[in-house]
Write a protein that binds this ligand. Sequence first.
Ligand code: TRP
Length: 329
Amino acid sequence: MDIVLSGIRSTGKLHLGNYFGALQNFVKMQHENQCYFFIADYHSLTTHPTPEDLHGNVKQVLAEYIACGLDPEASTLYIQSDVPEIPELYLLLNMNAYKGELERCTSFKEKIRKHPDNVNAGLLTYPTLMAADILIHKANKVPVGKDQEQHLEMTRTFANRFNRLYNVDYFPEPVAYNFGKELVKIPGLDGSGKMGKSEGNAIYLSDDAETIRKKVMKAVSDAGPTQPNQEKPEAIQNLFTIMKVVSSPDTYQFFDDKYTACEIRYGDMKKQLAEDIINVTSPMRERIEAILSDDDYLRKVAKLGAEKARASASQTIKDVRRIIGFREF
Ligand code: TRP
């Protein structure tokens, strides 16, 4: 059985792209694999959130994960800062992580270019913390997007370096896991590219009906096709791509036929699209709200997750300490 691990940054809410992308696949795979899903709140400290934001964001993401179908019983769903073994492994790995290789990391170079006033050590050692997240459970499959592949490569480097240094075969090499054909890429509403928080083109699972209607009606479209069977420009294709996942096949076909016949009215299509998105998201939004107002339940979930995560993590730390040479008298 594979040990699958995924971390999510605790900044911000989930959008349709997160849901139809990785999250839906997590929900499916949690029963066939040993899955660890955690909220990376230590990582979020590199940008210095206020205490209220830090806590509020963690709570939001936890509630949204559960509302989308992650099962705290079937998988291990936890908050990074509840597992003190992670920072301990991070410290130990940092002793063999070199300044040069950390500085060469693309995401670090990007960060210092964008935020030259906040080049902190946490940012530099972000890849070591991520390696600790993964190696603490000896995970072998890590679902990550393209932007995280270099971090995974560094995790393999750190794991192999540890094994070589101490002449052990302890840490497995984690590999990136992409869902292949199953991964649905949801485009944004701004006419190009994928849906993303920083792009400002997203529909959030927690958006209410009115907000969704407004966003969809404002989505980029064009004056419409001028000849039958015309190829769809990107902005229009994007609307159809979203429609494919949220609407019924009949609805999709109806508007596709209208497009082909040059009879499409984007206003009608957007109205329908908005209602179908609302249909998909409103049960989730209701669950998110119910979970957010139930602190007892959230406390129980966090506690269960921390217990399960620490059971695995403490075994790793015990082994690692012995391998390194920490001994009791
Ligand atoms: N760095 C990841 C991101 O920005 C989040 C993350 C932290 C992560 N630790 C991880 C992802 C471990 C996978 C495994 O999306």
